[in-house]
Design a protein around this ligand. Structure first.
Ligand SMILES: *Cc1c(COP(=O)(O)O)cnc(C)c1O
Length: 406
């Protein structure tokens, strides 16, 4: 905490693996869409912990559910089941296409389970003739070796070879290229309905419908990775509902626990049957603490009024962001879906998103980058008008300074 001497950014370089490079600011407290650092400086949070804190920081209902569960039961392992896990699974099935749920602790693990299930299902039904996986360029599915190989970003796999074989990548939103890459040897196609890390890029509705049709033609399972866009961020509980295209397997994580690590893989009963007794598992997956929180998150987010509010907040943000595109030579466009918003950097600013992030931080605003060309906003789905307006003012102050070369 802030009164322990010497807990500063400098310690990071002494004791942490250098795979991250956080700024000097160390937040110690959050409430709603505001966060305070060790010095008591206040920030408006347009980052949402990378689309995780969809209900803001320390949501009173979630704090109370977590505290209640903490005094009741923490962990059993999957040797036994527990009430929160069963309640949450029932609610996830009632709310979606799914008939079966598998729990994990992170998005990567949920996708790992999805890919393994697709392979196993194909092995059960087609022997060894159907092993290939098709994924998309600039996709992101996690950091396990299987999921990072499924992601279409060579910068994240370099040096980790040999990678799991039999995974092909094709351009996103290019139905012809996709069709050409497909065959009866494909067991699964994995796609983000809205690419997140790859640049906040929504799939075209015809593209996604076409992918579904071609998967059906070749008997390939369609996996939607909704780890980032799911749980309300698109304005629908899951983005597939807005597209009207139903996957065979869906993964959700990030906002599912609002910051408490939890993930789920959803699927149909006949597909789930391939994850036979002992074929896959997790020590923590479906832990009562995580599931109690996630159940409360789902109860709050799966509400027509809350979901409608996502579109209203998006409009308010866009109305403030669009003039900034015109006024400063930093962005050329605003894109995205619901409250996952990408500010497209002008070519002169490619690779310099981090400068925008740092300038925003200096002005009391937390934002994110995505790839080399996007400044990403993923605020709380219930962020208030005052926080939106004040955040936009701080964003403009930061852009003004950057544009002036200051
Ligand atoms: C963040 C993310 C993941 C990985 O989730 P982790 O919890 O970091 O393992 C996978 N897919 C998508 C689309 C993501 O945004």
């Amino acid at each position: 905490m802030s009164d322990i001497p010497g807990v500063t950014r400098a310690v990071f370089d002494d004791v942490m693996v250098p795979n991250y490079n956080p700024p000097a600011v160390i937040p110690v407290r959050g409430e709603g869409s505001r966060v305070w650092d060790q010095q008591g400086r206040e920030y408006i949070d347009f980052a949402g912990g990378i689309a995780v804190t969809a209900l803001g920081h320390c949501h009173p209902q979630l704090v109370s559910v977590l505290q209640e569960q903490a005094g009741r039961l923490w962990h059993l392992s999957n040797v036994m089941t527990n009430e929160p896990a069963l309640r949450l699974a029932r609610k996830l099935c009632d709310a979606t296409f799914a008939e079966r749920v598998y729990y994990a602790n992170s998005g990567g693990e949920a996708n790992e389970a999805a890919l393994k299930l697709a392979r196993k299902y194909a092995a059960d039904h087609h022997g060894d003739s159907k092993r290939r996986i098709v994924a998309f360029n600039d996709a992101f599915h996690g950091r396990t070796l299987f999921t990072v190989a499924a992601g279409g970003q060579p910068s994240k796999t370099r040096g980790f070879e040999p990678l799991p074989p039999n995974i092909d990548h094709v351009p996103f939103n290019d139905l012809d290229a996709f069709e050409q890459s497909m065959g009866d040897d494909v067991c699964a196609v994995i796609v983000e309905p809205v690419q997140g890390e790859g640049g906040i890029l929504p799939a075209g509705p015809e593209f996604l419908r076409g992918v579904r049709d071609i998967c059906d033609r070749h008997g390939a399972l369609l996996i939607f990775d909704e780890v980032q866009i799911g749980m309300g961020r698109s304005g629908h509980l899951f983005a597939y509902m807005g597209y009207g295209v139903t996957p065979d397997i869906l993964t959700t994580a990030k906002a599912l626990g609002n910051g408490f690590p939890v993930a789920a893989m959803l699927t149909k009963a006949d597909i789930a049957a391939s994850l036979t007794l002992g074929s896959h598992g997790s020590t923590y997956g479906g832990n009562p603490m995580a599931c109690a929180v996630a159940e409360a998150v789902l109860d709050i987010i799966n509400d027509p009024q809350l979901l409608a509010g996502v579109g209203v907040r998006r409009e308010r943000l866009l109305a403030g962001l669009q003039p900034l595109v015109e006024r400063y030579g930093i962005f050329t466009d605003i894109r995205g879906s619901g409250l996952l918003i990408g500010c497209v950097l002008d070519e002169a600013w490619h690779g310099r998103g981090r400068e925008v992030l740092n300038a925003a931080l200096d002005h009391g605003l937390m934002v994110l980058v995505a790839g080399k060309t996007i400044v990403r906003l993923a605020p709380s789905l219930i962020i208030g008008d005052t926080d939106i307006d004040e955040g936009l003012q701080r964003f403009e102050a930061a852009l003004k300074q950057l544009d002036a070369g200051g």
